[in-house]
Design a protein around this ligand. Structure first.
Ligand code: NAD
Length: 494
């Protein structure tokens, strides 16, 4: 049984609703996770609210020192955390370690919080009147995270929220819950007072309680688009600050002048890494003109060399999918692509048939995919790459900009002017030029557009600091008795 972490302690709940946690490489159930009731969610919020005044009043320098120690602990426990990720998610150990590195970089950014929270001050905005603006914390913040990045996405949220002086309730995915618990224990070991960070396991019931709870001031959500819409609507209704990051369908544009070897390597990593279960995975290659045949030819030997297996084993490139249901869903898309007339060039079901147990699907490639097909329109979240052939760069841009999702896109070309023009015209949140997965560095901010993002502030970086803090502007003077003349009914001017 995986416990909650409330008020600085493991809280085991033996009764109530539970879900099974699986090792996707074997298909075996490895544990159970409690699905919190509304009352349990209220207890987590109450712990965070109680801890808030003292944490808010702790100087930012001291809050940062906790994060410095946390950073060292995450570094020291990197292998253990990677193993927790791999055994519940399935991705390879090296991929899991890479995602922890990305999370570490957000902690490092949050260590600079005294500087990041610095406000502005002006002397004599009027005679003897000074003005300063300060950034203050919001109170209790909640974070709701997806299954595919059990460490990185929580680390996008709570280090910065807590550095800003908020307290936090993290509701991790019930499919990959253990890593969040371990991170909370490491925060405690780093000196974080009880109640500042709480981990509440659960599903919709717990989430809805957090969204509606009057003491939750702000919500960060990362997950699928239908749930992101729900989270955004509930928070907007309640007047809460919210950032809700949703699903994706990312395209890589291959121009005829691109280095095809580089473009093919990029596509292999971005389409099949983490079995395609990344919100920044590339699932469509848009090949312009002669790039169609060239990129297909370059991809085929590379796909044939990929090794499918348990993520804990050495020499494995692609691990299993998260659950049996998700595997069936992705297999359903292979059948749909065939039925709609796309050419199935590599069928991942064949490679998977050689493995027993586990939720495996091999790398799959479709060619001659069109914009009317479901395998182009919908997010699949599996190791499936579709090639769409177009005649001109303008057609490629129109295809990408016509999609419902707008998280990331990449362009491969040797033509700097064309790349610059495409980057300007793409209505996409994150664009890579000869970079396949343009995830911004921790000190920049992450976020898509359209159905990939609901809210105003992107996540982490300076936008994250703004999200987890709010302005107060103080105008002050220290008049001698006769200098104060406040008895006018006119609009005050300085
Ligand atoms: P999900 O939407 O099913 O779950 C995300 C979180 O919401 C989980 O904590 C889950 O318990 C909770 N949840 C699920 N259903 C809910 C409901 N009806 N009401 C309230 N809460 C609910 O997503 P997932 O399957 O865990 O993750 C994969 C999805 O996340 C993909 O769509 C992927 O593109 C997206 N994702 C996006 C980003 C991004 O940065 N934009 C990053 C990672 C993943």
């Amino acid at each position: 049984m995986i416990p909650h972490w409330i008020n600085g302690q493991r809280v085991l709940v033996a009764s109530g609703r539970h879900a099974q946690v699986f090792d996707p490489a074997t298909g075996a159930a490895t544990g159970r996770v409690p699905l919190a009731s509304g009352a349990e969610a209220q207890a987590a919020v109450a712990a965070a609210l109680k801890a808030w005044p003292a944490w808010r009043d702790t100087p930012a320098l001291k809050r940062a020192r906790v994060l410095f120690r946390f950073r060292e602990l995450v570094e020291r426990h990197r292998d253990e955390l990677a193993r927790l990720i791999t055994t519940e998610h399935g991705k390879t150990l090296s991929d899991a370690a890479g995602s922890i590195q990305r999370g570490l970089e957000v902690i490092e950014f949050a260590c600079g919080i005294p500087h990041l929270l610095q406000g502005e001050a002006s002397r004599d905005v009027g005679s003897g009147i000074d003005c300063q603006s300060l950034r203050e914390p919001l109170g209790v913040c909640a974070g709701i995270t997806p299954f595919n990045f059990p460490a990185m996405v929580p680390l996008w949220m709570f280090p910065l929220a807590i550095a800003c002086g908020n307290t936090f309730v993290l509701k991790p995915s019930e499919r990959t819950p253990s890593c969040a618990l371990r991170l909370a224990e490491l925060m405690s070991e780093a000196g974080l007072p009880p109640g500042v960070l709480n981990v509440l396991h659960g599903d919709r019931e717990a989430v809805d309680e957090l969204l509606r709870h009057p003491d939750v001031a702000a919500v960060s959500f990362v997950g699928s688009t239908p749930v992101a819409r729900h989270v955004y609507a509930e928070c907007a209704q309640a007047g809460k600050r919210v950032q809700a990051l949703g699903g994706a369908k990312n395209h890589l544009l291959v121009m005829p002048d691109a280095d095809m070897e580089q473009a093919a390597d990029a596509l292999i990593g971005a389409a099949y890494g983490s079995a395609g279960e990344r919100c920044m995975a590339i699932s469509v290659a848009v090949a312009v003109g002669a790039a169609g045949d060239a990129i297909r030819a370059a991809l085929l030997p590379r796909i044939a060399a990929l090794r499918l297996g348990a993520g804990t084993r050495a020499n494995v490139d692609i691990g299993p999918l998260i659950t049996a249901q998700h595997l069936e869903r992705v297999r359903g898309y292979i059948a749909a692509g065939e039925a709609e007339g796309a050419e199935l060039v590599v069928d991942g079901r064949v490679a998977a048939a050689k493995l027993s147990g586990g939720f495996f699907l091999g790398p799959t490639l479709f060619d001659h995919v069109s914009s009317t097909m479901r395998i182009w329109r919908e997010e699949i979240f599996g190791p499936l790459l579709a090639i769409v052939r177009v005649g001109t760069p303008a057609e490629a841009l129109a295809l990408v900009n016509g999609h419902e999702f707008a998280n990331g896109a990449a362009i491969y070309t040797r033509d700097g002017r064309l790349a610059r023009e495409c980057a300007a015209q793409l209505n996409i949140g994150m664009v890579g030029i000869n970079v396949p997965i343009p995830v911004p560095a921790a000190f920049f901010s992450f976020g898509g557009r359209k159905s990939s993002f609901f809210g105003d502030s992107n996540i982490h970086g300076v936008e994250g600091v703004r999200f987890y803090s709010r302005l107060k502007t103080i105008t002050s003077r220290w008049p001698r008795g006769q200098d104060a003349n406040d008895n006018s009914l006119d609009m005050p001017t300085l």
